[in-house]
Write a protein that binds this ligand. Structure first.
Ligand code: DX5
Ligand code: ZN
Length: 231
């Protein structure tokens, strides 16, 4: 019955700096200030994924350059060794990949102890069922809607089955869990992800590929909000 439903969490829009000009990251943050909730920072180590992006020194500089909460998505090997460092630099949320972690629950506890939200990511080929029982230990579940590694790929609708599965578990377990989708999120795909149960949306190309990134982020939010409105 409607009156017993928990209040729906506000939509989170998280532009991915991967699609911005890496020589102008502070300007990219300023361009979306006031229109977004988190800034998504894709850390890639050329081992867990073939691509190589940025690491702690740049996250440190970003933290000093913007007040937008930083959502660090670590596509790296050995997150047990490196992830807490991002929390210590002041990242709001630190998400590591399930495929790379030795002990995801221990690492989530360490992240929370260091003052960050703890996120678990599952890549395209990883079943979410294997991790459902761990979700009470996490603040964020990131479901890749592409294969992790590069921006600008095409959204894979079949990944939304994982979102639906995770949403059912989060709701039945009364978990305070953000369900975040990442990859190919744009004006023509965000509604389907929102309907499936996602409430946090990473968008690289759709925001920084637009002439007006803040306006693009606002349009994405409007579409997500409309799709999330209970009918
Ligand atoms: C890719 C990254 C994504 C990427 C998304 O592995 O995790 O965050 O920036 O880019 P788009 O939105 O262009 O698919
Ligand atoms: Zn990402």
């Amino acid at each position: 019955m409607a009156q017993f439903q928990a209040a729906q969490a506000d939509t989170v829009i998280a532009p991915s700096l991967l699609a911005a000009d890496f020589a102008r990251l502070a300007e990219a943050a300023d361009a979306v200030e006031g229109a977004v909730d988190w800034l998504h920072v894709d850390v890639m180590d050329n081992h867990f994924v073939p691509n190589l992006t940025l690491g702690p020194p740049i996250v440190k500089s970003l933290k000093a350059a913007t007040d937008i909460p930083l959502d660090c998505h670590l596509m790296i090997e050995r997150p047990d060794r490196w992830a807490v460092g991002y929390a210590e630099l002041g990242a709001y949320n630190v998400t590591f990949h399930a495929e790379a972690a030795d002990d995801p629950v221990a690492l989530a506890k360490d992240l929370r102890a260091a003052g960050a939200k703890a996120g678990l990511a599952v890549d395209r080929d990883t079943p979410v069922e294997d991790y459902l029982d761990l979700l009470p230990e996490f603040d964020t579940l990131l479901i890749m809607t592409i294969k992790a590694g590069f921006g600008g790929q095409e959204f894979i609708p079949a990944m939304l089955d994982k979102v639906r599965t995770a949403r059912r578990r989060a709701d039945s377990g009364h978990l305070e869990l953000r369900i975040e989708v990442d990859g190919g999120i744009a004006e023509d795909t965000i509604a389907a992800a929102a309907e499936a149960g996602a409430d946090a949306f990473v968008a690289g190309t759709a925001v920084y590929g637009a002439a007006d990134p803040a306006d693009a982020a606002r349009r994405l939010r409007a579409r997500a909000d409309a799709a999330r409105t209970p009918r």
